[in-house]
Every structure is written in C-alpha cells, then in structure tokens.
Design a protein around this ligand. Sequence first.
Ligand SMILES: NC(=O)c1ccc[n+]([C@@H]2O[C@H](COP(=O)([O-])OP(=O)(O)OC[C@H]3O[C@@H](n4cnc5c(N)ncnc54)[C@H](O)[C@@H]3O)[C@@H](O)[C@H]2O)c1
Length: 355
Amino acid sequence: MAKFLDSMIGFNNISDGDIHMNLISEGVNRILKNLDEISFEGQRVLVTGGAGFLGTWLCNVLVRQNADVVCVDNLASGLESNISNLKSFDNFRFVRHDISQPILFDEKIDVVMHLASRASPLEFDKFPIQIIKANTLGTWIALGIAKKHRSKLLYTSTSEVYGDAEVTPTPETYNGNVNPVGIRGCYDESKRAGEAICMAYIRQHGIDVRIARIFNTYGPLMRAEGVYGRVVPRFIDQALNNKPMTIFGDGKQTRSFCYVTDQIEGLMRLAWMEEAENEVINIGNPVEKTVMELAEMVREITGSNSSFEFYPLPQDDPRKRCPDISKARKFLKWEPEINLEEGLKKTIDWFGSLD
Ligand SMILES: NC(=O)c1ccc[n+]([C@@H]2O[C@H](COP(=O)([O-])OP(=O)(O)OC[C@H]3O[C@@H](n4cnc5c(N)ncnc54)[C@H](O)[C@@H]3O)[C@@H](O)[C@H]2O)c1
C-alpha cells in the first residue's frame, strides 16, 4: 500500500499549485490510509455510475488499490473529464453504456458497485423515467451480473427512502414516510424498489448484497453546472459570486452533511466487511444542522456579502434529516472524521478553482 500513497500514479503530472487535483489526491490518500488492510487488490470491480461524483472517487481509490476497475456509465449526469486521469491506468476501463439495458461481461467480475442514477432534485422534474429505470431495471441488471459471476454487490440507496421521517436520528429499522405520487416519488420510490429487488436476489438466489443508505454528501467533484439542485454547491456558488442565497422555507429544516472522503471510506468498508453481508446501513454524518446555519457558515468562510432570499418550500421537502449511524459504527468500525467547517473550506476551494 505504501507505494501507492507515495507515488499517487496518475496525479504525477499535477503542478503543485493545482488546488483542483491536489484536493482529490489529498482526499484519496486519506481514504487509502484509513482503509489500511481493506483492499480490493487483484479483484475486478464493476462500478456503475463511475463517472459521477461518488463513482469517480471510488474508481480513484480502487485503481490505486490495484483493483481491476470497469467503469460503466452513460454520462447522463457524469462527466468524461472526471475519469480522464484514470484512463492512463492499465487497470481502468471505461464502458459507455446505459445500465438499464442488458450488458454481459465474459471476464470474471468479483464485485459490483451499483451507483448509476441521477441524484439531484433538479433532475427529478426533467428525467423521472430515466431515474426510475436506472434504479429498478438497472439494479436488476447489476444483480444479474452479480448472480452470473457469484460476485457481491453494493447498492447505493439513499436517505430519501425515509421520506419526511417522523423519527430522527433515523435508524435503518424506520420504514419511511414517502409520497409515491409527489415530485420526488420517481427517485424515492425507485430507490425503495431497488432495495426490494436486492432483497429478492438475496432471498431467492443467495447473492451477497450490501445496501448503503447514503445521506447528503458534498465535496470536490460535485458537478458545477446544475448547482442549484443541491444545497451545498448552490450556497457556495451564490456566496462566491455575492448573489443572494436562496433559502427555501424559513431555513429551520435540518440536514446532515457528510464530506465525500468520509462517505467513500464508509462505502468501501461496507463493500468489504464480512459482517456487513446482506446488511442495510446508513452512511452519513450524524451532526444535524439547519439550512440557515449552513448558509451562514458558507457566507462566513467565503467572506461574502450575499443577502438571504426566502422562497416557499418545495413539495415534500423533508423537515428533518439525520442518520442514526450506530449500525455503521458497529459493523463497519466507521464514523465521519471531517467536520462541516473543514469540509466546506475544501469544497469552497474546489469551486473557487473551477474556470
Ligand atoms: N451524493 C449524494 O449526496 C447521494 C445521496 C444519496 C444517494 N446517492 C446515490 O449515490 C449514487 C451516486 O450519486 P452521485 O452523487 O455520484 O450522483 P452523480 O449524478 O454525480 O452520478 C451518477 C452517475 O450515474 C450515471 N448514470 C445515471 N444513469 C445511468 C444509467 N442508466 N446507466 C449508466 N450510468 C448512469 C451518471 O452519468 C453519473 O455518472 C446514486 O445512486 C445516488 O442516488 C448520492
């Protein structure tokens, strides 16, 4: 492992002043160090959605662990530029493909990490059918690959399966309070269906599946365009440009924000740990903040003079969002280590360095 930490092949052509890539190489180093003996070295790992925000981070970590990485992505919301540095690795392959359509692999696949799905609220309105297909048909196809190769599968579900939770911090045993016919239904309900399909494959075919319920995650590599769909990049963009910061409702609704390196470490542990076989586990930061607190923190760190503008709450916007991570602590020996201020500073550096 040490040789990867020292050399960080693929980041060698980065100049010292390049904040952009330094933030990623520093983050990947941190994850590799924390993972220690947890490694997919020598295993072929299929990452669907590998050109997206979380997928790109996972591919970067896996490639440096010497896994053989196959990234499948149709570039619906991901970017080819995210994975451009990875293309120089012999152990990385990109396949442009829509995972809701069948695909076969002759070579043995050891692990499937299924991340493919648009995930920004802005996209719920524009692409509801593609979202439903990625999470239902796409999950079915990913599970079919796992069944054929007897590989294990990590399914990236979401805190949205809890809907407007009546219990917070929310444990995995809470069954949710979701509106199936609301604007968020295409995402929330298809993720719930995806979980049900996973459970069917566990019960009927004995596949080893792990379900991550991911809570709001932010950090470098989040898309810059379409920033208005997600609260962290929206506030950062508005503050950096001294534009009014848009707050929905009174700003007293809460969220919990997980820095991306913590999230990726949690996902890697979930995919790896024997004890996590067939478990459903929340992965997120348990520190709850109001949206107003987030806005004030972003404004302070950026030194912005943005004002706040208030708009009506979108339909079915959850009032409280906070994970109970007792299960992750127990099964994954994991908890987040980057606090919101530190994570925001890194993310603001990232957005500030974009052209
Ligand atoms: N980022 C978060 O805060 C968060 C929270 C909860 C759940 N998740 C889940 O984690 C996963 C990754 O999210 P992200 O934030 O990286 O989103 P993202 O939009 O950045 O990445 C998703 C990737 O999937 C690809 N994709 C979409 N549909 C596809 C299809 N049919 N076939 C192949 N590729 C397809 C996109 O092109 C993109 O590269 C998603 O499943 C999402 O629902 C993310």
